[in-house]
Design a protein around this ligand. Structure first.
Ligand SMILES: Nc1ncnc2c1ncn2[C@@H]1O[C@H](COP(=O)(O)OP(=O)(O)O)[C@@H](O)[C@H]1O
Ligand SMILES: [Mg+2]
Length: 231
């Protein structure tokens, strides 16, 4: 098992958001975190990243506990996070954004040069401040994760807020990252899109895991799909 959450509980102040969340991701899998808005998907990512403390339960990576480690320590271990709000540094150049991420991460086949070969739009802007359109920002956010050469990428709503055509091109990027065998924990609001990109999924509701299985199993459970995903 690459990543494992065992009975994780997390709070915002007194509000008990994640309730006994257990899930796992194997190397090479894309696992979808499904659920309605407010169901706790982002909080799950943030808790893995040590950005929201786990008050109880264990998070392990390759069998070792990583509960409440700092985002920097997690990047060095091989866990990359693309947050909902992207967190681009707009006053740094595209290249500087990438080099910062590379410094925090690990060495590997993803170099700044390969990023520019893969994402031409970033190459064109490498020496310009990262004042980018929504789609370009999302490409940069994903590129920053890749250049850290992670073993798993947590992707929180990569297509959110983008015009349909731009969203499709980001979806294609996620699909190609997947086809290269990368491991991804994917949050995507559109359940059909999420399932088309994933091998397995977990369904969250009110901070609890209420369903899980292969995509075929989830698709077959119409009552659950109706109740928790409204598709
Ligand atoms: N910073 C915060 N402070 C307090 N409550 C929050 C905060 N962020 C999220 N919440 C609450 O936690 C719950 C889960 O939110 P979140 O993990 O963002 O859901 P999702 O990503 O599935 O839409 C929601 O009820 C949300 O209102
Ligand atoms: Mg969210």
């Amino acid at each position: 098992m690459l990543l494992e959450l065992d009975c994780v509980n997390a709070y915002y102040d007194k509000s008990h958001v994640l309730q006994d969340v257990s899930l796992n991701v194997d190397a090479g899998e894309v696992v979808a975190l499904l659920g309605r808005n407010g169901s706790g998907r982002s909080t799950t990512c943030k808790t893995i990243m040590g950005l929201v403390p786990a008050r109880s339960g264990t998070i392990s990576f390759k069998g070792k506990p990583i509960t409440n480690k700092s985002p920097f320590a997690l990047a060095q271990l091989g866990i990359a996070f693309v947050p909902e709000d992207r967190r681009i540094f707009p006053n740094l150049t595209v290249g500087e954004n990438l080099r910062l991420a590379a410094l925090a991460g690990r060495k590997g086949e993803w170099t700044e040069k390969r990023i520019y070969e893969t994402f031409a739009v970033l190459g064109e802007r490498k020496d310009k401040p990262a004042k980018l359109s929504g789609g370009e920002q999302q490409m940069l956010a994903i590129a920053r994760a890749l250049v850290a050469n992670p073993e798993i990428i947590l992707l929180d709503e990569p297509m959110e807020g983008l015009a349909p055509l731009v969203a499709r091109s980001v979806e294609e990027v996620v699909r190609s990252i997947r086809s290269e065998g990368n491991t991804i924990l994917l949050v995507e609001q559109n359940a059909q899109v999420a399932m088309s990109l994933s091998d397995r999924g977990y369904v969250l509701s009110n901070g609890r895991v209420v369903g899980s299985g292969t995509i075929a199993e989830l698709r077959g459970d119409e009552a659950m799909m109706q109740r928790y995903l409204a598709v």
